[in-house]
Design a binder for this molecule. Structure first.
Ligand code: CO
Length: 133
């Protein structure tokens, strides 16, 4: 049901500065996007069959702004690719897992995404993502 690690999300203060390490290693960001539902700007860097997603808040109300305030820059979430986010949410809920979203939202790349509470995943904020079309 978890097909692969789609990406690892890293909270950053500044996208341009945050890409320095990756550029130094020859890994240029291939996609930039503003994600309204999360109030963030993201840059995607392809690493083999997976990605790094760098997230910079666009508003103080962004969950990423709150994360940066509390913990500073660092790993924010791990995203797994699933075939059907809604079905996965229903299954997790039936199994007693704590969800942050009961239905999928629009994420970057036109993906459908939803988050599972860290309390149900060993302290790791977990995203489920499904290609939109
Ligand atoms: Co993500």
């Amino acid at each position: 049901m978890l097909e692969k690690i789609d990406h690892i999300g890293i909270a950053v203060k500044n996208l341009d500065e945050a890409t320095a390490f990756y550029k130094s290693m020859g890994a240029e960001p291939y996609h930039y996007e503003e994600v309204e539902s999360q109030k963030v700007k993201v840059a995607f860097i392809k690493i083999g069959d997976s990605n790094i997603e760098l997230l910079e808040p666009t508003s103080d109300e962004s969950p990423i702004a709150k994360f940066l305030e509390k913990k500073g820059e660092g790993i924010h979430h791990i995203a797994y690719r699933v075939e059907d986010v809604q079905k996965s949410l229903d299954k997790l809920k039936a199994d007693g897992m704590k969800l942050l979203n009961e239905t999928p939202m629009d994420g970057a790349h036109g993906m459908k995404v939803a988050f599972v509470h860290p309390k149900s995943v060993n302290g790791v904020l977990t995203e489920l993502s499904q290609p939109g079309h």
